[in-house]
Design a protein around this ligand. Structure first.
Ligand code: GLN
Length: 200
């Protein structure tokens, strides 16, 4: 069975574990280098990118993770996780570092106060269907390299790029791990990660 890790330093780790379990993947929390070495794919959850950045360095995971990502470890970063995967940030705090797995610039807390948190219907480009997306103090992708594929755009807020793929790395501004009360879980983003892991 496929084993996908969830970086378990801060953020909504449990929700990602649940999403992975729903699609038949074994989720494991990653806090140590040996746990990172054992996984076939990784999720970097939403939370607070400045905190995740600091904890990565405290737990001595920053360099090993950068290396594994450079070697093509399949990864999904959501919200703060998207920020962590970017090469550049607008609106980061002084000294904030990222892992540089996707050649893109993200704008932190981009949607402004009025739309701090919102629920939006997006078109999920890989299959052209509608996806219900939850945004919480989300970043958007300001610019990206030629080899970055756009997976979703938020038409409700000025056609902002909110999901991308670059090689084995996926990033979303929104939280595919969050299931709204009364809603049916939509695990297509996690399923895409599992597909990338399986194809490798
Ligand atoms: N604003 C947060 C950050 O900068 C991200 C918010 C989230 O992950 N829901 O890290």
């Amino acid at each position: 069975m496929t084993t996908i890790g969830v970086l378990a330093l801060q953020g909504d780790v449990r929700e990602h574990m649940q999403a992975l379990s729903r699609i038949g993947v074994t989720p494991v929390g990653v806090r140590r280098v040996r746990e990172l070495e054992a996984v076939e794919g990784l999720v970097i959850p939403g939370g607070e990118s400045t905190t995740i950045d600091k904890l990565l360095r405290i737990f001595e995971l920053y360099e090993p993770l950068r290396t594994r990502l450079a070697e093509g470890l399949p990864v999904l970063g959501t919200c703060a996780g998207m920020i962590m995967l970017a090469t550049d940030i607008i609106g980061g705090i002084e000294g904030q570092q990222t892992l540089g797995a996707i050649p893109m610039t993200v704008r932190r807390n981009a949607f402004g106060r009025q739309v701090d948190s919102s629920e939006v219907q997006l078109t999920w480009r890989p299959d052209g269907s509608t996806m219900h997306a939850t945004f919480i103090r989300a970043p958007w992708v300001e610019s990206f390299g030629d080899d970055v594929e756009v997976l979703a755009v938020d038409e409700a807020h000025g056609d902002r790029t909110v999901a991308v793929r670059h090689g084995n790395a996926i990033a979303t501004s929104f939280h595919p791990e969050i299931v709204a009360p009364g809603a049916v879980a939509d695990d297509r983003v996690h399923a895409l990660l599992a597909e990338i892991v399986a194809a490798r």
